[in-house]
Design a protein around this ligand. Structure first.
Ligand code: HEC
Length: 443
């Protein structure tokens, strides 16, 4: 299909003007979205429906089929709303429900591609009446800086001691067919007992002695997503890790899933998304992310504050949170100066505990650098252009013409993290090939 080029550019410039767009995001990321078909995916609240539960006799009449590799939609097509409702209310698979939380998110998606790039446009409604772009904030209490706010599942937010403050996110997983069963079971392959907020959560001490994940290896303090192929036992137990050279061989063969996340606080303000992959853990690609800490977490000393000459204030206050006229993010190359401990801090002053930088992002971790987003009337719109060949096949999936890829999408909405997100059954997207969804070729 050929699209008329001139009107495309005219309209696209209008769209871009409305989106937040750092000056060095290239304008050719624009597409005439009105000409691209829209698919709406229903993402649902999954609770603790992980790998282990799906293969247990609690998943009645289904577990042996799941072990054999049957697809979720072969039994659950169109059931997303019902499943989400059962789980979000705590009737099933959610020991600790969050009151009032939506059961599903409708994710509208459009996808196009040209010789160089894939282009995605996503839209979804948020439960909150402001964009979730505050994350890891710190507040001065009159004597010292402390973390302020957290995600809704934390005990301090549940008890009302702290406000809910956590960024909105959109995550994309991509498999090129190299990961067994991903086409059929998608994200659920990566979610296991032992992980943060899953049953039998692994302790720091147990993790420390694991040769791959512990102090001699990746030095992790918790368990995050991983693929069953990186484990030695049938249950894909978190601690049954394969040997380092076996894992390296899987990675070299491309047997990982690409995982990238648009983050409303930590990447969106600089027109980016992060870039990672899942194999033995959820890891970032080589190089440097667009975000880092703005606070030394041992001494709780900020590193930067707002540049008052540029944004009018050195910090915001608790009351300013959510006020769209106030700054909400520290961008290294735009609006910060070094933290001054003698600047006359008052109780209730607030700074972001994170620092964001486009200029500082590097290498494969910085591949998603053409992502624009805006929140308007309760809806996020994210336009995401990614190179088909990022030049980093060692930790990315390269999108070839004439091939379909398996995608998993997830949204973290309304101040949540970990399992408290919405996830969709996997879908295939064809780029010049058959798929559940066809990407539109552009000229
Ligand atoms: C062979 C058919 C079949 C397959 C394949 C299957 N399921 Fe199920 N699933 C069921 C049935 C039947 C139930 C209800 C069982 C019960 O009443 O306890 C269920 C229940 C569930 C529930 C609990 C909510 C509910 O409606 O009771 C979730 C969550 C779930 N399945 C997710 C999945 C996911 C994710 C996959 C893919 C990895 C999957 N299922 C694959 C048949 C299947």
């Amino acid at each position: 299909m050929k699209l008329p080029l001139a009107p495309v550019i005219g309209l696209a410039m209008g769209v871009l003007a409305a989106l937040s767009l750092p000056s060095n995001v290239r304008a050719e990321s624009a597409v005439d979205w009105s000409a691209i078909p829209k698919t709406t995916l229903t993402l649902f609240y999954p609770g603790q429906s992980g790998y282990d539960w799906l293969r247990s006799s609690d998943h009645k009449r289904a577990y042996s089929k799941v072990i054999e590799g049957d697809s979720c939609v072969s039994c659950h097509e169109g059931e997303e709303k019902d499943i989400g409702q059962l789980i979000v209310t705590g009737e099933r698979l959610e020991p600790d429900p969050i009151e009032g939380k939506n059961a599903t998110v409708d994710l509208a998606m459009q996808v196009a591609y040209d010789d160089e790039n894939t282009h995605f446009r996503f839209q979804w409604k948020t439960q909150m009446d402001r964009p979730g772009q505050m994350h890891n904030y710190i507040r001065y209490n009159g004597e010292a800086w402390e973390f302020y706010g957290s995600h809704r599942a934390s005990s301090k937010v549940r008890s009302g001691e702290q406000p809910p403050l956590y960024e909105d996110r959109l995550a994309i997983m991509v498999d090129d067919g190299s990961v067994p069963n991903f086409a059929a079971q998608g994200c659920w392959l990566s979610c296991h007992n032992g992980m943060r907020d899953m049953p039998e959560e692994a302790s720091k001490d147990d993790i420390a002695s694991n040769p791959i994940l512990g102090s001699e290896g990746l030095n992790k303090g918790d368990i995050r997503k991983y693929l069953p192929s990186s484990r030695t036992d049938e249950e894909a137990s978190w601690d049954a890790t394969k040997l380092a050279d076996e894992i390296a061989a899987l990675k070299a063969e491309g047997k990982f899933v690409d995982l990238m996340q648009w983050r409303a606080a930590r990447s969106a303000p600089v027109g980016m998304a992060d870039d990672g992959y899942v194999l033995e853990y959820r890891l970032f690609d080589a190089g440097k992310n667009p975000f880092s800490w703005n606070v030394d977490r041992k001494t709780m000393t900020p590193k930067f504050m707002f540049d008052a000459e540029k944004v009018g204030v050195k910090a915001i206050t608790v009351d300013d949170i959510g006020d769209p006229s106030k700054p909400y993010v520290l961008i290294h190359e735009e609006n910060v100066v070094a933290y001054d401990p003698d600047a006359g801090w008052k109780a209730g002053d607030v700074l972001p505990g994170r620092l964001v930088s486009r200029a500082g992002a590097e290498g494969s971790a910085a591949d998603n650098d053409q992502v624009t987003s805006k929140w308007e009337d309760g809806v996020w719109t994210v336009e995401w252009t990614r190179k088909r060949d990022t030049g980093h096949p060692e930790d990315d999936k390269i999108i070839e013409d004439g091939k379909a890829y398996n995608f998993g999408f997830a949204v973290h909405d309304d101040n949540v993290t970990t399992r408290f997100h919405y996830v969709g059954f996997p879908v295939s997207i064809g780029f010049g090939a058959e798929g559940d969804i066809q990407a539109t070729p552009l000229q």
